[in-house]
Design a protein around this ligand. Structure first.
Ligand SMILES: [Zn+2]
Length: 488
């Protein structure tokens, strides 16, 4: 990169300091903007799912150009000193709700994600009444172009399954967004089962992965009916309104559908040991079945649903007993659970505490984007012997593979997108809702002491977080193009 004879001015200097040892970013030459920017991350421990090595990473423009020792910066390159730090692939959270029903939009959601080391988020393109899935995709794509800072992938949330939906599947692949989502919580799920199977067959042929929410709607409705008859409608009875058997039977059916059709299927937000057991045989038989759990299920147990702030912790499925929490964390660490994803569903405290809410009318979910990775790092790597490689697999690489982003994303190697989070594994600070760049005003983990935070984050080569300060601007995030799921 030529300096064009221009000397860097003080204004060009960008100093990045972090709590444990300062990282210095050397002069950035605005005058060289027409050429691809070079960033050199020097001396960090690079962790991929397959292994870790102390090395340098050269980034030119949006891509990683090379990984190796003793790389020398070209003139004008920005150098990030990362000795003592971890250099991880940017997190990929394929399951967030960043659309108008919730508190965050794609800008605030991106900011929370990037501040927490996540560079790609997945959200939903849900057709409005009368709108086709492809038109919904176009509509949300336009919103991404205006609002996103993180990169985005889109899943078509569709119901009911119809011949029209089947006809659209190859076009979702052509558009580079080969995923759909079904909710088994629908009480008419059973009456559409034949068409669900035909859709899965077509999805397999097209290379579309089906995300699936596993709770049986009929059993949930029965539980609510019984509680209502007994006058127990307040949210104090929320756990009983969503019994674990509803998750277990739906998960078993989903696993069977996957094993039978051989269509790629991804179970979202698993919450219980019994549901995990229900997947074992299908996975052993080679069914293309992947499993996700969410932060709430590896950190918090059902006691939160009995406390004074129980309304804040209402989610679907509900928080479970401690044995399930331990099973979800252990499954994530040993690989029986493939990925951790937020199911980020941000509300304000006032919305969650609304006295009008009851077991039949809930605002499920919580804000989790910014704190998911630091919390899992601190609790999993720090306290539960989760390896760094496994941390990367569960928070980036596996999601990239499941959703067709690999090896463009989810790995640090030459040719991949330069989505990178430099972590300080020793930095300790508490979770505080006031630090959350999302619009929710409380955190389920308020006050937790967390060790291990991202300090510098790059999204496709652009430094979007430095010294805790966000820099990226709305509209720089992109809809990431994906490859179809492999045929069995
Ligand atoms: Zn969700």
């Amino acid at each position: 990169m030529s300096t064009g004879g221009r000397h860097p001015t003080r204004r060009d200097m960008i100093r990045v300091s972090v709590a444990a040892g300062a990282a210095l970013i050397t002069p950035h030459l605005a005058g060289a903007a027409a050429q691809p920017r070079e960033v050199l991350i020097r001396g960090g421990r690079i962790v991929n799912a397959e292994g870790a090595v102390v090395s340098d990473v050269r980034i030119v423009g949006e891509r990683i150009a090379e990984v190796g020792r003793n790389l020398r910066p070209t003139a004008g390159a920005q150098v990030i000193e990362a000795a003592g730090k971890l250099v991880l692939p940017g997190g990929i959270d394929p399951h967030t709700h960043l659309h108008p029903a919730f508190a965050d939009d794609l800008t605030s959601g991106s900011q929370a994600a990037l501040a927490g080391g996540i560079t790609t988020v997945g959200t939903f393109a849900t057709p409005a009444r009368g709108e086709s899935p492809l038109d919904a995709l176009s509509r949300v794509e336009a919103t991404i172009a205006r609002e996103a800072i993180a990169d985005v992938i889109l899943h078509a949330s569709v119901w009911p399954p119809t011949p029209e939906l089947i006809a659209v599947l190859p076009q979702l692949v052509e558009r580079g967004q080969p995923s759909i989502k079904f909710y088994m919580v629908r009480t008419d799920w059973g009456s559409h089962l034949e068409m669900v199977i035909k859709t899965l067959e077509a999805a397999r042929e097209a290379g579309v992965v089906t995300m699936i929410h596993c709770e049986d709607g009929a059993l949930l409705a029965a539980a609510v009916r019984r509680l209502t008859a007994a006058g127990k409608t307040s949210l104090e009875h929320y756990p009983e309104s969503r019994p674990v058997v509803a998750e277990v039977t739906a998960t078993a059916q989903a696993a069977a559908l996957c094993e039978d059709t051989r269509a790629a299927m991804h179970i979202v937000h698993m919450s219980s040991a019994r549901a995990l057991d229900a997947c074992r045989a299908a996975r052993a038989a080679g069914a293309p079945l992947t499993i996700e759990t969410r932060p709430l299920f590896i950190h918090l147990d059902e006691a939160k649903l009995r406390g004074p702030d129980h309304r804040l912790f209402v989610g679907q499925p509900p928080l479970r007993p401690r044995a399930d929490v331990d099973a979800m964390m252990q499954g994530l660490i040993d690989g029986r659970i493939d990925i951790l994803a937020t199911d980020h569903a941000p509300w304000t405290r006032e919305q969650k505490m609304d006295p009008q809410l009851n077991i039949a009318r809930v605002r499920p979910g919580a804000s989790d984007l910014q704190f998911m990775l630091p919390m899992f790092f601190s609790e999993g790597v720090g306290k539960r012997r989760c390896s760094l490689e496994r941390f990367v697999a569960a928070t980036a690489t596996n999601a990239a593979k499941i959703f067709g982003l690999y090896p463009q994303k989810g790995i640090i190697r030459a040719g991949a997108d330069a989505d990178i989070a430099v972590w300080d594994p020793r930095l300790t600070r508490p979770v505080r809702a006031e630090d959350d760049h999302g619009k929710s005003d409380y955190s389920p983990y308020e006050g937790w002491s967390v060790t291990g935070w991202p300090v510098t984050v790059l999204r496709r080569g652009e430094i979007v977080l430095a010294d805790g300060q966000l820099r990226g601007s709305a509209g720089t995030g992109r809809l990431a193009r994906r490859t179809p799921a492999p045929r069995p």
